[in-house]
Design a protein around this ligand. Sequence first.
Ligand code: NAP
Length: 291
Amino acid sequence: MSISKYSTFAVIGGDKRQLYTAKSIADDGYCVTIGGFDSVSLNNSLKNEDPATAALNSSIIILPLPAVKNGNILNAPFSDEFIYFDDRLIKAVAGKKIFCGMKNKLLSAVPALDKDLVYDYLEREELAVQNAVATAEGALEIAMRQYDGTVNHSRCLVCGYGRIGKVLSQMLKGLGADVTVSARKKSDLAWISLSGYRAIHTDDLKEYSGFDLIFNTIPSMIFDSVVLAHTAVDAIVIDLASLPGGVDFAAARRLGITAFQALSLPGKAAPKTAGEIIKNTIYNMLEEDNR
Ligand code: NAP
């Protein structure tokens, strides 16, 4: 790995995921200082400082996803106080590589940052693919908790055959579910059939019903009132698509269908793995940058 052995990391703000990112980097032998975690008790050897001191001590800065919320307030749920991305913090990170999620949001909230030194790990394909596993497991956990039957032998519909759709269908099949998958591309429909699932076109969803569990991964309004009207009233709908999502929740309520908006599952279902995925992605980006 071509990361300088003199690299020092500051992990500033974020939730359990970022703590695991920090721990995993420290386990690799690097010096890591965390900042913005004053309300959490740590049972490990991470150095805990205020954010500006953590940044001053380090050559590489890792921020959460998103890095800021409500203007220039750092996304730091484990801090007792609001942490502003103020002049002191800007000076402390100056000239250093900053890794974050949703970098455009950070750059518009803190325009003084050098945009050429801000890197977005959320834009990386390897992170999205690996997060699909944690997301699918999180979706299964919700399904198992909410559905009164077993997933085994249940009739499942997965809408969308992208990263999450592929992983989730495979997991459901592995659990013995009867899996139907929807897609719009002919090539996806062919792969769906070849993988042993029933393939249906997403435009035709309203022609199919009788599912026990429905997982939507399509980031578009797929389960509108018309499609929901053809959905079994005792089906459980789990919407995994990022906001605004793909389910009309008001219509679901009116129709008596149980529907869940299940967001940010990697951080909730598997913060350790999610943190390690962030670390590995940052290592990949550093390695490519050093070539
Ligand atoms: P992806 O690989 O891009 O897959 C999206 C799927 O939706 C593809 O099959 C795509 O089909 C289909 N699709 C997109 N727009 C469509 C439309 N208007 N009509 C019909 N089909 C459409 O995305 P992903 O990585 O699986 O992620 C899916 C969603 O989950 C995204 O919104 C992502 O941000 C979100 N996400 C959620 C969590 C969570 O915790 N809930 C975690 C990670 C990601 P084509 O290939 O034909 O375009």
